[in-house]
Ligand binder design. Sequence first.
Ligand code: PLP
Length: 432
Amino acid sequence: MSVHPLAQSLNDTLRNGNSIAYTLLSDRGRGIYFPSKGILGQSAEARGKEINATIGTALEDDGSPLTLGCLEEMVEAPKSAFLYAPSFGNPELRAKWKQMLVQKNPSLVEKAFSTPVVSAALTHALSVSGYLFANPGDEIILPDLYWDNYELLFQQGYGASFKLHNTFKEHGYDIDALAAVLTDGGIGKKIVLLNFPNNPTGYTLTDAEAQSIVTTLIAAADAGNKLLVLLDDAYFGLVYKDGITRQSLFSALCNAHENILAVKMDGPTKEDYVWGFRVGFMTFGFKGATEEQYKALEAKAAGTVRGTLSNVPNISQSLLLAAYNKDVYASQKADKFNTLKTRYEKIVDILNTHSEYEESFVAMPFNSGYFMCVRLKGADPEKVRTLLLEKYSTGVIVLAGLIRLAFSAVPYDKLDALFQNLHSAVQEVVAK
Ligand SMILES: Cc1ncc(COP(=O)(O)O)c(C=O)c1O
């Protein structure tokens, strides 16, 4: 299929200067463009004209959005929230999120990176990344404990395969294992997917480990590899322990090396407790990028949004923007953070004070996020899960031979019982 002139123009921009982003694009990624000259472009040109018969929304005779009163009554957002958002996302929200990224990651100050493009939450941002960068047969490097939806997203969705490495070594992240898979298979395009705080383990790197991962990735880039580093920051900010890195790896990677393109995917889903709003962001960074190159990557991402969902719900974007501009936002967010942190601390306390639980399970390293995992001793996890459901009215997840506990969803007062039930169920399964 021939490449559309608008795609060609974006590709030319991405090749002009440091061409890392162009090199990493998939065939689909090279073909996609934002249709700036079609209906959207013509509508933009007609904005403000006395008669505007271009766009497919309905307006009242006074020019305001034509809406149903019963819906309007329920929605405390500007009436414009009923209209389409741009495929790039609400411009004010994008600017606000960019500004918040710098506040949350102080070492981003003075670094150049793209303006975030709005996606329909993290899953969709990951899918857009797959669209833009993964060709069938491409390998994605990731730890062997990962969010299972990556399989649907990247394997089923884009025909990529996974090259897994061991996750933990001696209570910390197995960076040697990551380094080993990076050097495996010769020099070339390498896609690395990292997720901290991690689902399922609830692990975030220590400051030293974060530094070491950056050094490892730079070494792979120095060796001539072209690296796409996908950063799934879904649980960003939910770090409960000192010495654990508070900033996204994006802060270090967005200008680390000419051969590294970092893509940060994040959003309010877990950070701001709005799972059903379906808003997320994807942000690009690479060393030596020009403003035009960032605009070109944003256009390719927005073109992918346009060709899949058209655009992300405006009502969610409007509500979030309004919340981020409220004075109470920061303190309310801190309150909810403390609810989760207190549960984390309670679990640490339970594990420290119940040495008998060591007969049944060992906790995997955890310090952040929504989850923690335990490895059972001598009991089949699926049998334990079933017994927990049937006899103890307790639901847990079995994955990768582990049991995952979502303490984000368990009231503080039920945490003691959760671990006691788990211990009892393991002992019963072992005794059978
Ligand atoms: C690691 C990880 N990434 C992404 C997501 C998806 O987030 P969203 O609901 O924003 O699509 C989840 C949700 O469980 C997750 O655990």
